[in-house]
Design a protein around this ligand. Sequence first.
Ligand code: NMX
Ligand code: MLT
Length: 436
Amino acid sequence: MEALKKKFADKALPLYQELRSIAKTNGDLKADEVKLSQVLGGARGIKMMLWETSQLDPQKGIRFRGFSIPEIKESLPSGPQGEPKPEGLFWLMLTGEIPTEEEVDGLTKEWHKRADLPAQVYTTLDSLPADTHPMTQLTIGVMAMQSDSIFSRRYAEGLPKNEYWDAVYEDSMNLIARLPRVAAYIYRRTFKDAQHIEPDTSLDYSANFAHMLGSDDEDFRSLMRLYLTIHADHEGGNASAHTVNLVGSTLSDPYLAFSAGMNALAGPLHGLANQEVIKWIFEMIDNLGTKTPSEEQIKQYVQQTLDEGKVIPGYGHAVLREPDPRFVAQRRFAEQYIQDSDLISTVWKIFDVVPPILQSLGKVKNPWPNVDAHSGALLVHYGFSEFSYYTVLFGVSRALGVLAAGIWSRALGMPLERPKSVTSEWVRKQVLQTTK
Ligand code: NMX
Ligand code: MLT
């Protein structure tokens, strides 16, 4: 058994026993109380699932197995310029331990070994019109591999429950290994006249992905390491993770579950916001006729967007109540690696202008920037200006978190997810009962 799989099994199987015993002895303890405002308000804050890989604090932001982003940057094995390798984060999410350089190198090699795509992925993608949205291409590309699922095959052969996690682990490792090839293929066929670039397996996961996209710039490789690390997981309740969890709980295999999650990520209130942000900034620049808008000009454009009944993309969050540490990490990256970019200066000016305006509306719970407010400007700086592609990069990263969590769910014997719904009549009755 490979080292990561063995380490995971050693941790997960005792936890399975412990949680079963907790459910038996303390199952009646309350985890939460639900208010009508939560039922009518997108289930905000309701505790209803187990998610081992990360936890989100409204003020402090994301913690991956207890580690903040600065701590991750400090502790995980990194590339030559010091940005953390996502291989290390995956290891941490599965084991709770910071891996050694050697363990991370071993994982890079393991993913290279598993990265070949079945031929039908290429033919399926090639059959799509070139203007098919890259996120649609991503889910179709993933679905084209589903016939390879080890879980599905073994389940049909009569897989016992205590081996589910093993088959899900194999599928998840294969899928993570293959995603950069699928994603790069989509990018090159859509935007670069199908001039594809062979992988370079001497590189780590992120640098090889950057290479297949078309860049061997050392700074861009570093950005990819950081990008793929910080977008990987945001606890279980976000729309893409929750979708993967829900679909996975039916024992759909990781290909089916992950592609369902990508359809959630493709929505403009979720991962597509990174595309929306840069589109909005370019429209503002066009509209104002300057690449260096003043704060006053930005204020007016923000007001115009709100007056048109639209949201300011990249701002606000369902959980966070402070600037997103993932925004801050990208800003620090820009400060360190990029001098003199009008676009990045504009992103920072928007950060100065937008929060007080959103606060003044009196209804926005979080006026601060989220992860998507910064990423596009960095990608444009390194020559990736095809913004309809950006959410695919988010998706490749998100695979690490949601698939690691899926392995946990099967190892911990999590059942079919099936919460309760109510009708408006039931809601009315609750109100009548308490006001009688
Ligand atoms: N611009 C304008 N209005 C906003 C914004 C914003 N950025 N954020 C929230 N509001 C409004 C929201 O539409 C709602 O209005 P109404 O009552 O008229 O329907 C009101 O403020 C209260 O919303 P909140 O409770 O603050 O936010 P909620 O938890 O419902 O939604 C988001 C969170 C992220 C969906 C919301 O802030 C938003 O639409 N932001 C812009 C899109 C975005 O950046 N999404 C990316 C999130 C990160 N990700 O990658 O997933
Ligand atoms: C995410 O990374 O999934 C987003 O910030 C949305 C969320 O956490 O709800």
